[in-house]
Design a protein around this ligand. Structure first.
Ligand SMILES: CC(C)(COP(=O)(O)OP(=O)(O)OC[C@H]1O[C@@H](n2cnc3c(N)ncnc32)[C@H](O)[C@@H]1OP(=O)(O)O)[C@@H](O)C(=O)NCCC(=O)NCCS
Length: 187
């Protein structure tokens, strides 16, 4: 859906089960626009379940002025593996102290209006408040997603090949967010 400037206001709130039909519609619009994400294995199944599956630590949606969902983000616990090793080495903390920012998606008509940045800020705050250090892994061919994270101060600490065979940039937050997370863990 094309939007004019007046339609671009949004707020961020906790996800509710009733958001799923709108979020699935956004995923379908994303699939039409761009075959690169979600990955092929997700497209044949239940998109709503796929979007939420890993995000057991929290989920948020951005809603427009009509309360319609226009974006999503989650935070997930981290499983052992190559990515976890890169994060724990870079951060000097245990795997149980990490929260991975995941499943970030914005309605095509609302992109470049700060929705993802706004969602990610809320997810980071929640991770820090839960005593965890936020981390992220972004597919290297997802230019918008990488640009969004880099613009928010995240940095790449390594690369791994993900389960779908595509390369992922393994990222940690910038110094300000890290300091807040470390202060939260020490408190
Ligand atoms: C990645 C995505 C979530 C970004 O959402 P968004 O709401 O458009 O991002 P924002 O408006 O918050 O962007 C913040 C900053 O990130 C950077 N950025 C975002 N999209 C960009 C793009 N397409 N090209 C270059 N820089 C970009 C810019 O610096 C931007 O600030 P600016 O608009 O003031 O220049 C969105 O493009 C999307 O849903 N993509 C499909 C799903 C996806 O790829 N998810 C990630 C899988 S790893």
């Amino acid at each position: 859906m094309k939007r004019n400037a007046a339609d671009r206001a949004f707020t961020v709130r906790a996800w509710r089960p009733g958001d799923d039909p709108a979020l699935v519609a956004i995923l379908r619009a994303q699939i039409q626009l761009d075959p690169g994400w979600p990955p092929a294995y997700a497209r044949g199944g239940d998109l709503g379940k796929w979007l939420g599956a890993p995000a057991t630590l929290g989920r948020w949606v951005a809603v427009d002025s009509r309360e319609e969902p226009v974006g999503h983000v989650g935070i997930a616990p981290v499983a052992p593996g190559e990515r976890a090793e890169l994060w724990t080495t870079a951060l000097g903390c245990d795997i149980s102290a990490l929260a991975e920012v995941c499943r970030n998606l914005v309605e095509p008509g609302m992109r470049r209006t700060g929705v993802s940045a706004g969602l990610t800020r809320v997810a980071l705050r929640a991770a820090i408040d839960a005593g965890r250090v936020p981390v992220a892994a972004v597919l290297q061919d997802r230019q918008a997603s990488l640009a969004m994270m880099l613009s928010a101060g995240w940095r790449v600490v390594g690369g791994v090949v993900g389960s779908s065979g595509r390369e992922l940039s393994v990222m940690i937050p910038g110094p300000r967010v890290l300091a807040a997370a470390q202060a939260g863990r020490a408190a």
